[in-house]
Design a protein around this ligand. Structure first.
Ligand code: CO
Length: 149
């Protein structure tokens, strides 16, 4: 497939984080500490708009985003129903321009979840999700590159 001329050949920037769903966030944090000596770089916090409670663990070149469902309508419930012990939920890449990335996904025939309007994610920058049916079964999050990079 040839990319339209107006689009860069590669949209994907740095791997920002790997999202991991867990039924019990505190238990997951304890496990990463006991097994790997890892500590949270950002303590657990609620993101009610997205129906999740989140904590971050820094690794040398990226982050783990530990996600627990928050509230009845959380999108994580369905995932945990299929994966009761939790599991890898998504991968997140940084992009220079989130709107251009969204439009590129659509132009290339992929489905952007929700309304397609970028929402503010756990890192405080706009994000979108690309449907796993278009990405080989992996839910892909694209996020605007945070300022500090
Ligand atoms: Co994420």
């Amino acid at each position: 497939m040839t990319a339209p001329a107006s689009l860069p050949p590669l949209l994907l920037g740095r791997l920002n984080h790997v999202g991991i769903a867990c039924p019990d966030l505190d238990a997951a944090i304890a496990m990463y500490g006991a097994l790997f000596g890892a500590t949270v770089s950002k303590a657990p916090f609620d993101l009610p708009a997205q129906g999740v409670r989140v904590a971050f663990i820094d690794v040398a070149n990226s982050q783990l985003e530990l996600i627990e469902p928050l509230g009845e309508g959380s999108p994580i419930h369905g995932f945990l129903k299929k994966n009761p012990n939790g599991g890898q939920h998504h991968v997140c890449f940084e992009v220079k321009d989130i709107i251009a990335a969204r439009d590129a996904m659509r132009a290339r025939g992929a489905t952007v979840l929700g309304t397609g309007e970028p929402r503010i994610g756990a890192h405080g920058v706009p994000i979108i999700f690309v449907h796993p049916k278009d990405t080989g079964g992996v839910l892909v999050e694209l996020m605007a590159t945070p300022e500090h990079h």
